[in-house]
Design a binder for this molecule. Structure first.
Ligand code: 6GU
Length: 287
């Protein structure tokens, strides 16, 4: 049996206690910023930034140039914590390591997790720049036996066999349509199904065709394992994909995913998404 005490309840508690010693409030919301969407953290007031290398037991980011940090502070009077930079499976971390910050944020006291990602749009009705609220996921990596909850279960977080139904909070999704209009997403937002693949290569045409048949609307390399860990410990989730590129199912097409274009598309939507997330937070604060 492979046992892994690297992220035991005690270790995660240590990490949370260290972070609590730096702040004088209890964060109510946790936010995970997707690729190119780090500026979601810019609207945070009274910022306290804690670089990942400074946090005990935290994974270290492999991405060159920026190590990532937790940003504590307030948006619309709501105390929160934001992950600027997340951990991806393709970097070499096991899934439970990718998702471990979710448990740390749970121990810090958050009551809602907001997750964002940059994703390929498989649904032919989706255009670059569109937002899709995630209503459900296909845990494709789980089909192959990879799951962040694999291994001995920690009952203090949740049950051995957790249901995944309702992981993406339906009430917030319903409200988000209205909030999107107010934020400048005039056409509104889609609702659909997200799938995570391990990456780092993008999908082939044949894989895109398969995913489409499976009912997948956006595809990326994150989120699912974070949401599984959140649902396991009873955290409601609000999650959306920003469609940064078209995932084509046609061999004649010249469209090809490129990381630079993913980042550019995300950057060009940052201001609108910042407003959108702020609207969600304001709604949560009032309700
Ligand atoms: Cl097309 N695929 C995956 N797996 N992740 C992405 C993407 C595509 N576009 C942005 N992120």
């Amino acid at each position: 049996l492979e046992t892994n005490n690297e992220y035991s309840y005690e270790k995660l508690t240590q990490t949370a206690e260290y972070l609590k010693s730096l702040i004088s409030f209890t964060p109510q919301i946790g936010i995970i910023c997707g690729s190119g969407l780090g500026s979601l953290a810019d609207s945070i007031q009274q910022k306290i930034e804690v670089p990942y290398p400074q946090i005990p037991n935290f994974p270290q980011s492999t991405v060159k140039g920026h190590s990532g940090c937790l940003v504590f502070g307030y948006i619309a009077t709501v105390p929160l914590v934001c992950m600027k930079g997340r951990f991806h499976y393709y970097e070499g971390y096991p899934l439970e390591k990718c998702a471990m910050p979710v448990r740390v944020m749970k121990l810090l006291g958050i009551e809602l997790l907001i997750v964002t990602n940059a994703a390929g749009g498989l649904n032919p009705n989706y255009k670059v720049g569109d937002v899709m609220l995630i209503k459900d996921h296909v845990n494709l990596m789980g089909f192959a036996g990879c799951n962040p909850l694999r291994g001995p279960n920690e009952e203090r977080f949740g049950p051995r066999f957790p249901s995944m139904n309702g992981a993406y909070d339906p009430r917030l999704r319903a409200e988000a349509q209205k909030i999107a209009q107010g934020a400048g997403l005039a056409k509104g937002v889609h609702e659909g199904v997200y799938a995570c693949l391990g990456g780092p290569c993008y999908e082939t045409i044949a894989e895109n065709r398969l995913l489409r048949q499976l009912g997948v609307d956006t595809v990326g390399m994150s989120t699912v394992h974070e949401v599984i860990v959140a649902k396991h410990c009873g955290l409601p989730v609000f999650a959306f994909s920003l469609v940064t590129n078209e995932s084509v199912c046609d061999y004649e097409s010249k469209v090809e995913p490129k990381h630079d274009e993913v980042i550019d598309a995300a950057k060009s939507m940052e201001a609108v998404l910042q407003k959108f997330v702020q609207g969600i937070i304001e709604f949560v604060a009032k309700n």
